[in-house]
Design a protein around this ligand. Sequence first.
Ligand code: BJW
Ligand code: ZN
Length: 246
Amino acid sequence: MPVTEEARSLLKSAKSIAVLTGAGISAESGIPTFRGAAGLWKQFRPEELATPEAFARDPQTVWEWYHWRRKLIAQAKPNAGHQALARLEQVAPSFTLITQNVDGLHQAAGSKEVLELHGSIWKLRCTQCGCEWVDRNTSESGQLVYCQCGALARPGVVWFGESLPPGVWQSAEQAIKSCDLLLVAGTSAVVYPAAGLVPLASSSGAKVIEINIEPSPMSGIVNVQLTGRAGEILPNLIQESSLANL
Ligand code: BJW
Ligand code: ZN
């Protein structure tokens, strides 16, 4: 479905824009999504890899999976969808990019302020002293990773049953309550509390545009549904002529 006039007009008149992205925006960069036919959860069991209990039980298996994903992501480049959002940030009067992704591709595309709801695969955190650091090393596949204090480190991501980083979540809620347009791109919108940001935007009076290759549970409440790839629809929507009034 082509980008509609209604979507262009919503973007042109928006004063404060928020964006919520999910794994679908990185699919065209070659990073597998979680759900769907070719999703990670078809091949791997989330309860064995993405919960604190799984890590406590078998840190070796969990680390192996994250080392594999870190290698995959390290080879990926941002696509036209990431780039279009980075451009929008430069010209919008007020703009907040909220992502569920841990891959860092928005930042690689040039986005400056990114609220990472589910953390970052490039951050590590000590299970004992709690210190966090950035590590982009992808060479130690199969190895457990340790903190300087000697304790086991874990990926700096948010697993099922864990709270989202409180400051990041509050900033995201604030941006959603004060935006007049929310773009939702490439998320199945089934994981909470992130998915709850979509109805929060609607109930706060914002218009919502959804960009996805298929409908999501949120499709019924959005104002405009654009069906197709984020890497094609976003650059088309965010073309310079649509930004004229921003
Ligand atoms: C394209 C495309 C293209 C493809 N273009 N589109 C309320 C109700 C029910 C359950 C809960 C609830 N509140 C909390 C829960 C529990 C749980 C939850 O939501 N479970 C449901 C799944 C049932 N939530 C939590 O546990 C969260 N924490 C929490 O609530 O804390 C409070 C608490 C504390 C203590 C006890 C209980 C509660 C934490 C959630 C953490 C999620 N973690 C993961 C892994 C991150 C680390 C890692 O990467 O390894 O985050 S799971 C995975 O799902 C990942 C993603 O960020 C997240 C969302 O997935 P996303 O991004 O939507 O991707 P997909 O694959 O699902 O969808 C891709 C979409 O793209 C599809 O729609 C495609 O069609 C589309 N697409 N190609 C455009 N080219
Ligand atoms: Zn430590």
